[in-house]
Design a protein around this ligand. Structure first.
Ligand SMILES: [Zn+2]
Length: 482
């Protein structure tokens, strides 16, 4: 009898192993596509990009303190550099410095497409200037690269969109579908420009078929075991909520402290909060992402896990959660960002306060996060309340079978050889979240390869990438004639 059971078990194990190995060995890499030959950049494009960087359109924290000189200068620069756009497209100014350009299509029954980008930039911290190898606002061109603040985020897209539009106007292109170019002026601070643009479009009952905004890009280095380039196409944004945790307990002289002070109570709460993370989930976009790259992994163990998710979902999650980005794709993240307490070294403070910032995974909401925080801390001396101005629930996800996603996929295939276009969840917030109220086709993608320096030091745009971005938008615009 025992022998029989043992024999049966052996057969089951062998069959299991055979299925796993079979699934791994027969997994096919994503089909290869040959990119089309890239058009050269228009003659003045590089000079325009350099000039755009030289106009320091820095987003102030307080938008009422906008540097009007530079923002006006940028507007004049665009008007002068793109004459056909200004002759043939209808320009609407929103909130003084955000702009909509409308290129009217011949068929008013078709929903328009929106290409959006922002031309404000983050400042360069005074302490970081010495770490730059170039003047951050010099727009220097050397070693085949255009250097400076905004060269990636997000003037690369602004200028590539303008160049592609001007180029196609010159060629006499007439789109069937209307095209709206929407440029926000304060994405890096409050994003009110984008909100006002969306309100304006809504008041005109405009629904867009496709909205492309910055976000994911192409990577050849971040996924070590995948030899093909992967285009990360953002299809959803995580939610955002900030909580204030506060403790009030009478303090006193530091020479005779209580066993527990307000600072102690808050510290313990934060420790409890960081000790356990919220549960992980593989959401549909992440599942599709894994599915698309699964056949191309050169790491046998990873490939085995990815192609046998029915058995190795836990293993896949642990591989993903090993990096901060991967972990953020799998779960709601919670992290303290500000702690405040105390006024003097010899006074035990009565109040201690912490600000905790959370990014909510698709499928969860603010209430779930608050409940988790309360349960983890499990101390009603810690008061928990929502704070902050940017709180928002996770966005809906753009369907990766939708025409909007397929259009972006098609343009990506045209600019990069053997690329895997893969949907993913945006872990940061962008202007485009507002556009979801007027479109089911919002896609976050910048046609750049492993861009360097955005929000950091030595921000730089290789001319090859700029050319690729120009081609990407040219294809999307040309497809609007079909
Ligand atoms: Zn940006």
């Amino acid at each position: 009898m025992l022998k029989k059971i043992f024999g049966l078990l052996t057969i089951i194990i062998v069959v299991f192993i055979a299925i796993i190995v079979f699934n791994t060995l027969t997994a096919k890499p994503w089909p290869q596509h040959k990119a089309t030959a890239l058009l050269s950049l228009p003659d003045s494009a590089i000079a325009h990009m350099s000039k755009a960087i030289q106009i320091a359109t820095i987003s102030p924290e307080d938008t009422s303190h906008i540097d009007t000189i530079h923002f006006n200068q940028f507007n004049q620069f665009v008007e002068k550099s793109y004459p056909l756009i200004h002759q043939q497209l209808k320009k609407t100014t929103i909130n003084k410095y955000s702009y909509i350009y409308e290129w009217k299509g011949t068929d008013s029954n078709l929903q328009p497409i929106i290409l959006m980008a922002h031309y404000d930039v983050v400042p360069v911290e005074p302490s970081a200037i010495k770490l730059w190898t170039v003047n951050p606002f010099g727009g220097e061109i050397k070693n085949g690269i255009i250097w400076g603040r905004g060269s990636v985020d997000d003037k690369a897209n602004v200028i590539a969109i303008l160049e592609a539009t001007e180029y196609l106007l010159k060629k006499g292109l007439q789109p069937n579908r209307s095209i709206l170019l929407c440029f926000g002026h304060n994405e890096e601070s409050t994003g009110t420009g984008a909100i006002a643009i969306v309100n304006f479009l809504q008041s005109k009952n405009i629904k867009a078929n496709l909205v492309i905004d910055e976000g994911g890009e192409i990577t050849t280095t971040k996924l070590k075991d995948i030899t093909q380039p992967v285009a990360m196409i953002g299809v959803a944004e995580k939610g955002y909520v900030t909580f204030e945790l506060s403790v009030e307990k009478p303090g006193g002289h530091s020479s005779k402290p209580d066993k527990e002070t307000a600072i102690d109570i808050l510290s313990k709460a934060l420790y409890q909060l960081r000790k356990t993370e919220m549960p992980s989930h593989i959401t549909p976009p992440v599942k599709e992402f894994l599915n698309r790259v699964s056949g191309s992994s050169t790491d046998f163990i990873k490939k085995m896990a990815l192609n046998n998710m029915w058995l190795f979902e836990g293993k896949v999650k642990s591989i993903l959660s090993a990096t901060p980005e991967g972990n953020a794709m799998l779960r709601t993240t919670i992290v303290p960002t500000i702690i405040e307490s105390g006024v003097r070294e010899n006074v035990i403070p009565t109040n201690a306060k912490a600000i905790v910032n959370c990014r909510i995974l698709t499928g969860e909401n603010t209430k779930d996060v608050e409940e988790f925080i309360r349960k983890q801390i499990n101390d009603n001396r810690v008061k928990i309340k929502i704070s902050g101005d940017f709180n928002t629930e996770p966005s809906a996800a753009t369907d990766f079978n939708s025409p909007a996603f397929k259009e972006v996929e098609h343009a990506i295939y045209s600019i990069v050889d053997n690329v895997i276009p893969a949907p993913y969840i945006m872990i940061g917030a962008t202007d485009s979240r507002n556009y979801r109220s007027i479109s089911n086709g919002v896609v976050n993608f910048s046609p750049l390869i492993d861009s360097k320096g955005y929000h950091g030091i030595d921000e730089q745009l290789p001319i090859k990438d700029f050319q690729r971005a120009f081609n990407f938008f040219t294809i999307v615009l040309q497809d609007a004639t079909k």
